[in-house]
Design a protein around this ligand. Structure first.
Ligand SMILES: Cc1ncc(COP(=O)(O)O)c(C=O)c1O
Length: 390
């Protein structure tokens, strides 16, 4: 008989009752060190006191109104995002996939209003993950995500990952936009080089296409900059954000330049819940903490410490690991065995990690993980690898 919860996930046998910082705790008190952070979501760890205080204070005032009213918490968060990024304007969603849907609508509407309605094609890359809604799976293009869900939304073309010659050849008068993750997350912690990102920006400029960056997983401080594209010194026209921005409260956003957003006038898009006072109060607090030089330089210091220890781990288990990759605290261990085996061995050591494509194990800890917890994580990874070596 089917489970009461639709069985679209292969779940663990255990559940968590509460959390403290980088630790998730079961009802019987077993403590798991959390290097998954709800898949790059809990950037400030579990039950962060400042976020709990912000959420409960807002919960005692007003939870939800509607986007037909002014929402001061939303304006505050939009101000913070605009002040700290390329963007001139922000729309709030509840998830990454909703951000993908709006990004797609926004670029198509832009070209429609520019009297170039033939520009509908969005170029994406193999290994991409932009979400599970119908537009987002069409953008990912992989059979794993699309099989059985056709017909897919037309107007997407998937190119080999990082093949910029293929991108150059594919661009033309029908190209509306290029949509890409600066660091692929689900695809296996695969970063584009700064040069590649600059070349993608240049190709978009040359062909007059818009650039959509998906920073749902790699954004919000994860790579050691507020947004990963900052390393390359370029800016997108449209950017998708979610996951870390709510610190665990469901929240996403589309950031855009005034030009790219120019078609999205009143009545062209909306959301019942998107940007409600609870989500935006928490999001603004996350931004106030994360978007500071002090916080981001600590992320970089911790990332160097973690990476150095991981290099040692890889050398100690050459049959298990191939190497370390990623940027900041968006780290991947390229595996010589199936990453799911390592995830399971981690559970035995009370350690949470996440598998990804391209035979990669993802390590996405809270961005404020302590140095002691980093050392403890590597000890547990070492024990898990030892159990597999045996
Ligand atoms: C890069 C990227 N884009 C979009 C999404 C979709 O986000 P959500 O699951 O919140 O819809 C994800 C989720 O993993 C992601 O990693």
């Amino acid at each position: 008989m089917i489970s009461h919860v639709l069985p679209t996930y292969n779940r663990t046998s255990f559940a968590f009752e509460r959390g403290e910082g980088s630790w998730a705790i079961t009802a019987d008190g077993t403590r798991y060190l959390d290097l998954g952070a709800g898949i790059a979501v809990n950037v400030l760890g579990h039950a962060n006191p400042e976020l709990v205080a912000t959420l409960t204070e807002q919960a005692g005032k007003i939870w939800h109104v509607s986007n037909i009213y002014q929402i001061p918490q939303q304006e505050k968060l939009a101000d913070l995002l605009v002040e700290n990024t390329f963007a001139d304007t922000v729309f709030f969603t509840n998830s990454g996939t909703e951000a993908a849907e709006l990004a797609i609508k926004m670029v198509r509407k832009y070209w429609y209003e520019q009297a170039q309605p033939e520009r509908i094609e969005i170029l994406t890359f193999e290994g991409a993950f932009h979400g599970r809604s119908t537009g987002a799976i069409a953008a990912a293009g992989s059979e794993k995500m699309t099989k059985g869900f056709g017909p897919l939304m037309p107007g997407f073309k998937t190119l080999p990952w990082g093949d910029l010659d293929a991108l150059a050849a594919a661009m033309g008068k029908n190209t509306a936009a290029v949509m890409v993750e600066p660091v692929q997350g689900e695809g296996g912690i695969r970063p584009l080089s700064d040069d590649d990102l600059r070349r993608i920006r240049a190709l978009c400029d040359q062909h007059g296409a818009l650039l959509i960056l998906d920073e749902v997983q790699c954004g919000m401080g994860r790579t050691g900059r507020l947004f990963a594209h900052e390393y390359a010194g370029i800016t997108p026209d449209v950017m998708m954000v979610a996951k870390g921005i709510g610190g665990g409260f469901p929240l996403g956003a589309v950031l855009a330049t005034e030009e790219a957003a120019s078609g999205m006038v009143a009545g062209t898009h909306g959301s019942t819940y998107g940007g409600n006072p609870l989500a935006c109060a928490v999001g603004a607090k996350v931004m106030e903490i994360v978007a500071t030089d002090e916080f981001l330089s600590e992320v970089n210091r911790k990332a160097s410490l973690f990476r150095q220890k991981l290099e040692g781990l890889v050398s100690a288990h050459p049959d298990i690991f191939e190497g370390v990759r990623g940027q900041g605290l968006m780290l991947g261990l390229k595996m010589k065995i199936a990453p799911t085996e390592m995830v399971a061995a981690g559970y035995d050591q009370h350690l949470l990690t996440v598998a990804a494509a391209d035979n990669t194990l993802r390590l996405l800890p809270p961005l404020n993980i302590s140095d002691e917890d980093i050392a403890e994580a590597v000890t547990r990874l070492d024990k898990a690898a030892e159990s597999l070596d045996a």
